[in-house]
Design a binder for this molecule. Structure first.
Ligand SMILES: [Fe+2]
Length: 250
């Protein structure tokens, strides 16, 4: 009894927390680590610091996914691959044994529709295509768009479904994505409460429904890294790690 109280007390201090062990996943497939091209790492030094954090959590392979949007972050494959080379060179220089490759996190807007029809989109693994939607308005025809992507041969993954408040009261919407073969990717930091209690509650619900297929850190900055450490104490982390996840095949 005394020992468990002591443990609870000591683990309430963030500096004494054990590192969350995510090594059974081996690969993180959602992050913003290329410097200066989106709202993630700003400098190459920050990129390296964030990658050290991910390595410390047990990851050995990273697929980083800069935002591609029509307005805010107008990234292209050329911009992303150029930044990726800079990160790879810095990893070698700093002796960090982590493999890194790049895809993108596509924001579904009108520009996305054009890109979908006209360009070869950046994917990873078995043609997985990471997409996100607005946090404010539910896109009218999101399922039609994702179906079109499937017809074109992509395997869409919806990033952080637990972060869209307009679906909180209709949990069946998530089941519909799952049933049509759209994979759902949970952000680990939703389990630590970083995005609020509603996102945490929905994340846990999706885990209970067993409809999550991938886990991502969505790491943008060191604050996210600090919260990732806290996931180690979440019982739902263990629960999701026991389910089949594509991270292990990447
Ligand atoms: Fe992201």
């Amino acid at each position: 009894m005394f020992k468990s109280l002591l443990k609870a007390f000591s683990s309430s201090k963030s500096d004494s927390l054990p590192l969350a062990d995510l090594s059974s996943l081996s690969t993180d497939m959602h992050s913003h680590l290329i410097p200066g091209i989106d709202d993630g790492a700003k400098t190459i030094e920050e990129s390296i610091e964030l990658i050290r954090t991910l390595h410390g959590l047990g990851y050995t392979k990273l697929i980083t996914t800069p935002h591609i949007m029509s307005d805010y972050f107008r990234n292209t494959p050329e911009i992303i691959y150029k930044g990726l080379e800079e990160v790879r060179a810095a990893l070698i220089e700093n002796n960090i044994p982590v493999q890194i490759s790049a895809a993108a996190e596509y924001y579904i807007d009108d520009g996305f529709m054009r890109k979908l029809e006209e360009e070869k989109l950046m994917t990873f693994g078995d043609n997985y295509l990471l997409v996100e939607v607005s946090y404010i308005n539910p896109p009218d025809n999101v399922r039609d768009i994702l179906f079109r992507a499937q017809v074109l041969g992509y395997r869409p993954i919806l990033a952080h479904p637990e972060r869209y408040p307009f679906w909180y009261r209709t949990i069946e919407e998530y089941q519909k994505f799952y049933d049509m073969g759209v994979l759902l990717q949970l952000n680990l930091n939703s389990l630590s409460g970083y995005y609020g209690l509603d996102a945490k509650r929905v994340a846990e619900k999706l885990i209970d429904l067993q409809i999550i297929s991938a886990l991502g850190t969505d790491l943008h900055h060191s604050k996210h890294g600090e919260f990732l450490q806290r996931t180690v104490n979440e019982k739902y982390l263990q629960k999701i790690l026991e389910q089949p996840l594509i991270n292990r095949e990447l």
